[in-house]
Design a protein around this ligand. Sequence first.
Ligand code: NAI
Ligand code: MG
Length: 494
Amino acid sequence: MNAPHTSASVAPRTEKMLIDGQWVPAADGRELPVEAPGTRATIAMIPRGGAEDVDSAVKAAAAAFPAWSQVAPRDRGRLLQKIADKLEAQAEEMARILAEETGNAIRTQARGEARSAVDIFRYFGGLASELKGETIPLGENVLSYTRREPIGVVGAIIPWNAPVALAALKIAPALCAGNTMVLKAAEDAPLGVLLCARICQEFLPKGVLNVVTGLGEEAGAALSAHPTVRKLSFTGSTEVGKIIMRAAADRIVPVSLELGGKSPSIVYPDANEDWAVDGIINAMRFTRQSQSCTAGSRLFLHADIFDSFLEKLSAKLAKLKIGDPLDEASDIGAIINEKQFKKVCGYVAEGLKVAGSRLLLGGLPPSEGPLSKGYFALPTVFANAANDWRMAREEIFGPVLVAIRWTDEEEAIRMANDTHYGLAGYVWTHDIGRGLRAAHRIEAGWVQVNQGLGQFPGQSYGGIKQSGIGREHSLEGMLDSFTQRKNVTVNLTV
Ligand code: NAI
Ligand code: MG
């Protein structure tokens, strides 16, 4: 384990937010600190935007909309491609900012995220010409066609766990389709998003993209309730997703929600092998402290391999290095903030007490030594868990994996689906027929067989049940989430 770096003596820089092409503080001058989870040092002060700032940003986006929506789609796409090139040129700077503010390790996570933002802008930039409509064959004397029109001002609210990738996933498709946007960055990780905004602003007309910083209950609530916002796109907790949906219901605006998960991983007896162990570690997103909505956090292991699989898993997990997110040697960084850290520790403490639990690895984090200087949680595995434990039902958003034994396949699938979430799922077996039958029966928006990788552009990604509604990462996602269809029907006989 390596020691966290110390930058506590460096004075925090002051950041501004982007409204109508200008970099501005909050109207009332209030600020919020941004803390580095690896050191607990305050690294920046950001505007604590409120209702007045949100209103200015929405007005700017509304004013920019008529002209932006009439830019030829190909030209909008070209601008997104230029943003991608600039993001690529600044990817290393972005990765360092991300590692410091999110606590995600630079080598295993932050660099990949900076690259993924480039890919997302490039992907959607290339799709501009696909904003096509249809013609409806009503006979020779009628021309009936549909147009894919932009919706208007989009209000986007994002979390902190992959802030720049998620910002890109809102900005690129929404702007490509001709909308303008007000994006509310997460209070815990706004700095990479502000760099992304700065790069976007070099190429975009003023007001097309506005980025507001501040708290959810203040700036976020004001944005979701603003009468001029015509579409809401949210990624974050199921709890806040419900609040957003209620705000949308009041004005009948469409909403996309990408919420939490408690995703199952079902391991068949023939997959008691190293590749499956590595895959489970990936699927659980241990190297991003499991702060991922798609984390495969319920591990259903067949009874025949239960102990031997867990032994291999623990041995591999024990080799991962936890420490300074900016250190190239670190595999695992820090939990985002004190609140989440305490929440994760609370689940671990409860797991240690629950009847029948067996701690295989990890446990409560050290209270002294170098790791105690930041929010470093240990990869933790509880064996002999039951699917009705709180740890097995609630999204922990931390590196706590529960292993549940199964013998009957029907029972494994029943337990996998016995959750109010439905975001992702994982199946592990050499028997591809069996694997695919299980994949089809898992109630989730995305099931991977024999791998535990991340999302990719082009995938219509999103959840079912309380994991959300709508899809955004693909061409269909852009069309469904960020355009509205209009039909025009013309009588050709006059
Ligand atoms: P959160 O859902 O409160 O925050 C996400 C975003 O929503 C932030 O930008 C926040 O400022 C904003 N927000 C919060 N309250 C709001 C409100 N009333 N109106 C409008 N916007 C609001 O998530 P938080 O508190 O950071 O994490 C809590 C839990 O949420 C985590 O433990 C995890 O279970 C889940 N989560 C899921 C994520 C996902 O990717 N699906 C990402 C982050 C958190
Ligand atoms: Mg919250």
